[in-house]
Design a protein around this ligand. Structure first.
Ligand code: ADP
Length: 150
């Protein structure tokens, strides 16, 4: 089984994440969408709300599993017997950030390969941060959210 972990905060999940995850299921037997729990970070949506949004988004894709984890992402991958870490790339800014994480993760756990999928150009400006700003200011962010949770 080729298993990939797609880690993130998903506060909230956007159409950008959804697209990368669905494309990931074409490449892997299973994609585990895993919410990293970081107690020092402030979130807009509770862990339960974020889990619920993920479950609803992928209710029809049986190759997607939804989970939470604490600690190092690469250790979680080992626990799950996942040899791949899936990430999305929108911009050169994402690339610079992701490159150092991927390089250090490869040193920590060489068995886990980080795989990047380029964002669909239509989604390259979509970010959870801006979606939260829209929601906070009473705007309508539904076009940036997966169909199942609009
Ligand atoms: P983090 O807390 O790590 O920022 P996110 O939930 O925002 O977590 O993102 C998780 C992953 O999704 C990252 O690899 C990020 O680059 C990717 N991603 C976020 N938004 C998009 C998008 N619009 N298109 C493609 N990939 C995206």
């Amino acid at each position: 089984m080729k298993i990939a972990v797609f880690p993130g905060s998903f506060d909230p999940i956007t159409i950008g994440h959804e697209d990368i995850i669905n494309r990931g299921t074409e490449l892997f037997d299973k994609v585990i969408v895993a919410i990293g729990v970081n107690s020092s970070k402030k979130y807009m949506h509770s862990l339960d709300e974020r889990l619920e949004m993920l479950r609803k988004t992928f209710k029809d894709n049986n190759k997607v599993e939804v989970d939470t984890y604490k600690g190092l992402t690469v250790e979680y991958c080992k626990d799950k017997k996942a040899n791949f870490l899936l990430r999305g790339l929108r911009t050169t800014g994402d690339f610079e950030f992701e490159q150092s994480i991927a390089t250090m993760n490869a040193k920590l756990v060489p068995d886990v390969e980080t795989i990047f999928l380029m964002s669909n150009p239509q989604h390259s400006a979509v970010s959870s941060t801006i979606v939260r700003d829209i929601i906070r200011n009473n705007g309508n962010a539904s076009q940036f959210l997966p169909q199942n949770i609009r």
